[in-house]
Design a protein around this ligand. Structure first.
Ligand code: 5AD
Ligand code: SF4
Length: 477
C-alpha cells in the first residue's frame, strides 16, 4: 500500500493556479490487497448536499464502497460508515452540513468504531478542516474532491490503523475513468462530460474547490451513454459546470454541439444538460436542441443579474443586452422551449436601480423557473474582499420582491398548460399521496397526476387540469 502524507490541508492559492498542461488521465482503479473486503458485513450511508456534480460523485463513492464489500443503507442509524458529501456554494449550505455532522455525534457515542467522513467542496475550503478537527471529534476522515479514488486506502487507515485521516489536494485535477459507480436512479442517470471550471466568476468558490476545466473524451462519454441505453435508462443529464465549453481544453475541433448531437443519435429517449454559461452558448447548440426530439426543449441559463455593471463586477463576460439577444434566439429557434435561471441579489454595493434592472429582465423573460439567492461571501473569492454598503435587510427585501415577480410569471406560464396533454416520465408516487404519481415533462415541469397501474420509468400522457406556481396537476389518459 502506498504511503500517503497524513495531513494535507487545502490551499486556495494553489487551487487558483491554471496551467496550459493537459490534464492527466487515469484509466485504472485498483483496490490495494489489504483494503479488499474491508466492508464485508458492514453498511454505509451517504448524505449528499449541493449540485448534480455532487450527486454523481456520491454515486462513485457508493460504487467504491460496494466494491469494498459494504452494503448501502438508506438510514444513518446502525451503519459502519457515514459519508457526508458537502457543498460550499453559500454559507447556508455549509451551516446545514455542520448541523448534520452535529446530529451524527450521537451515533458515534453509541458506536466508537463508526467512521464519519466528510468530503466534497467544503473540505476544499481553507479553515474548514481545522474547525472540524478541533470541534467535531466524531469526524475521523476528511477528504477533498480530488481524492475520491483513494477512498479504499483512506478507509483502511481509519478502520485498521486507527488513524484520523485528512487528505485534500488543492490542484488543477485529473480525469479519472473507470471508477466504480452505483447509480441511485434506475431510469435517469447523470453523465459527467467535464470537471472543474475556469470561469472564475468573482463570487464563486467552485473553480477553487473543483479545479481546472477538464473534459472527458467524446469516445468515453458516448460509450457510457450507449451502455446506459442498453441498461434501459430513459433519461440522461450531461453534467458540467459550463457544458458549452466542453472540449475546448482537449481538442479545438470538438465542441458541445457535436457531443450533444452524437448523444442524441444513440437514441436514449430523453437528453438534458446542465449548466450553460451564456458566454459560449453557440448557434450550433441551439440547432441541435431544435433538431432532435430526444434533446429536451429546456435550457437552464443563469442570468445572475440584469445589470451590466453588476455583471461586469461578477466577471460574467456578458451584458444584459447580449443575454437578451441569446434568450430571444433560443426562444425563437427551439419550439416550446422552457428556460430557467439563477439570480443573485445583493452583490456587494448593488444599488436599487441596479436591482430594478434585474426585475426588468425578469419581467421581460418571464422565466419558467428561477433559483434565487442572496449573495454569500465565500472566503478567498474576489467578491468576498469587496467592501459592501448594502445591509442584509435590504437584500432580504429584494429577494422577496424578486421571488414574488417570478412566481407570478411561473404561475401564468403553468396556467397556460391547463387542458393540454403532456408526456411525463414517471418518477414514482408523490411524497404526500400514494395514489398520486409524479414526474417531469420534456420542458422540465413537475407534474402530479392520478392514474391506474403506472410504473416508475414509464412515459405517460397526462391531461393537465390545474397549473400551479411550482407544478402542474392532471390525470393520466
Ligand atoms: N452567493 C450566492 N449565490 C451564489 N451562487 C454561486 N455562488 C454564489 C454566492 N457566493 C449561485 C449562482 C449559481 C448557483 C449555482 O449558485 O447563481 O448559478
Ligand atoms: Fe461558478 Fe461562474 Fe464557474 Fe458557474 S461559471 S461554476 S458561477 S465560476
Amino acid at each position: 500500500m502506498k504511503i500517503r502524507p497524513e495531513w494535507m490541508l487545502p490551499d486556495l492559492e494553489a487551487a487558483r493556479k491554471r496551467t496550459k498542461l493537459p490534464s492527466p488521465r487515469i484509466d485504472s482503479f485498483i483496490i490495494p490487497e489489504e483494503a479488499k473486503w474491508i466492508g464485508r458485513n458492514k453498511k454505509y450511508y451517504i448524505s449528499t448536499y449541493g449540485c448534480q456534480a455532487n450527486e454523481r460523485d456520491s454515486e462513485t463513492l457508493a460504487g467504491i464502497l460496494d466494491a469494498l464489500g459494504f452494503e448501502r443503507s438508506m438510514e444513518p442509524d446502525h451503519v459502519d460508515v457515514i459519508l457526508i458529501n458537502t457543498c460550499a456554494i453559500r454559507q447556508n449550505a455549509t451551516d446545514k452540513v455542520l448541523g448534520e455532522i452535529g446530529n451524527f455525534k450521537r451515533f458515534y457515542y453509541e458506536n466508537k468504531n463508526l467512521v464519519i467522513g466528510v468530503c466534497g467542496c467544503m473540505s476544499q475550503e481553507e479553515g474548514f478542516v481545522e474547525n472540524l478537527l478541533s470541534k467535531y471529534p466524531q469526524v475521523r476522515l476528511i477528504f477533498g474532491t480530488h481524492n475520491i479514488q483513494n477512498l479504499p486506502e483512506m478507509l483502511y487507515s481509519v478502520i485498521h490503523e486507527g488513524k484520523r485521516v485528512v487528505e485534500i489536494y488543492s490542484k488543477e485535477g485529473e480525469v479519472y475513468e473507470n471508477l466504480p459507480v452505483h447509480r441511485f436512479g434506475k431510469f435517469k442517470a447523470w453523465v459527467n462530460i467535464m470537471y472543474g471550471c475556469d470561469k472564475f466568476c468573482t463570487y464563486c468558490i467552485v473553480p477553487y474547490t473543483r479545479g481546472k476545466q477538464r473534459s472527458r473524451t467524446m469516445e468515453q462519454i458516448l460509450d457510457e451513454v450507449r451502455e446506459l441505453k442498453e441498461q434501459g435508462y430513459k433519461e440522461i443529464t450531461l453534467l458540467g459546470q459550463n457544458v458549452n465549453a466542453y472540449g475546448k481544453d482537449i481538442d479545438p475541433n470538438i465542441n458541445f454541439a457535436t457531443l450533444l448531437e452524437e448523444c442524441a443519435k444513440i437514441g436514449i429517449p430523453r437528453i438534458r444538460f446542465t449548466t450553460s454559461h451564456p458566454w459560449d452558448f453557440s448557434d450550433d447548440m441551439i440547432d441541435v436542441i431544435a433538431k432532435y426530439d430526444n434533446v429536451m426543449p429546456f435550457v437552464h441559463l443563469p442570468l445572475q443579474s440584469g445589470d451590466s455593471e453588476i455583471l461586469r463586477m461578477m466577471g460574467r463576460r456578458y451584458t444584459r443586452e447580449s443575454y437578451m439577444e441569446l434568450f430571444y434566439k433560443i426562444k425563437e429557434r427551439i419550439p416550446n422551449v422552457s428556460v430557467s435561471t439563477d439570480i443573485i441579489v445583493g452583490f456587494p454595493n448593488e444599488t436599487d436601480d441596479q436591482f430594478e434592472n434585474t426585475i426588468k429582465v425578469m419581467e421581460e423573460c418571464k422565466f419558467d423557473n428561477a433559483f434565487t439567492f442572496i449573495f454569500s461571501a465565500r472566503p478567498g473569492t474576489p467578491a468576498a474582499r469587496m467592501k459592501d454598503s448594502i445591509d442584509m435587510e435590504t437584500k432580504s427585501k429584494r429577494l422577496a420582491r424578486l421571488n414574488k415577480v417570478w412566481n407570478a410569471y411561473a404561475l401564468e406560464k403553468n396556467k397556460a398548460y391547463e387542458g393540454r396533454i403532456v408526456e411525463v416520465l414517471v418518477d414514482g408516487t408523490s411524497k404526500k399521496d400514494d395514489h398520486v404519481y409524479s414526474g417531469y415533462t420534456d420542458t422540465n415541469k413537475l407534474v402530479n397526476f392520478t392514474g391506474e397501474n403506472i410504473e416508475p420509468g414509464q412515459f405517460v400522457k397526462v391531461r393537465i387540469k390545474t397549473g400551479k406556481t411550482f407544478s402542474l396537476d392532471g390525470e393520466a389518459i
